[in-house]
Design a protein around this ligand. Structure first.
Ligand code: FES
Ligand code: FES
Length: 157
């Protein structure tokens, strides 16, 4: 099994040398110093560790680094460097979609992926997209209001 993985991380090529079964979450946080991706459950249940792999939301606690070899990974840090991020962050705060903040990086990753494929998602579509992101604080209403405000429409069922 190769002990070297080469992948694109937030737009730059990185090389990881080590255990090919290391969790992508640990490689991001420890080897790459990208601590915006959070560990919650460590079992694929909470979505705190969400990142984009080839544009799809994955739980980085479940992905061995060998699986990203030759592929593109985007973390919250990569997303934060573009213009769309500020608007989403602001509206989440304003609408009460951020409380303790533990879930927020994962929620933002999920919402960015959703808005990329559906720029005006319905309330039901947002709820469905967030099914893998556990938020213990907001009851999701603040997050749903934020997306509705961002896309400029009334919330629709
Ligand atoms: S830490 Fe990965 S899903 Fe909870
Ligand atoms: S804001 Fe606390 S878990 Fe979501």
């Amino acid at each position: 099994m190769s002990e070297r993985s080469t992948f694109r991380l937030n737009g730059r090529e990185v090389v990881y040398e080590g255990d090919p079964l290391a969790r992508l979450l640990d490689v991001l946080r420890e080897a790459q110093g990208l601590t915006g991706t959070k560990e919650g459950c460590g079992e694929g249940e909470c979505g705190s560790c969400s990142v984009l792999l080839e544009g799809a939301v994955v739980c980085s606690c479940l992905v061995p680094v060998l699986q990203v070899d030759g592929r593109e990974v985007l973390t919250i840090e990569g997303l934060a460097s573009d213009g769309a991020h500020g608007a989403l962050g602001e509206v989440l705060v304003r609408e009460g979609g951020v409380q303790c903040g533990a879930c927020t990086p994962g929620v933002v990753v999920t919402l960015r992926a959703l808005l990329e494929r559906d720029p005006a998602p319905s309330r039901a579509a947002v709820r469905e997209a967030l099914a893998g992101n556990l938020c213990r604080c907001t009851g999701y209403e603040g997050i749903l209001r934020a997306v509705a405000a961002l896309v400029g429409g009334e919330e629709s069922a």
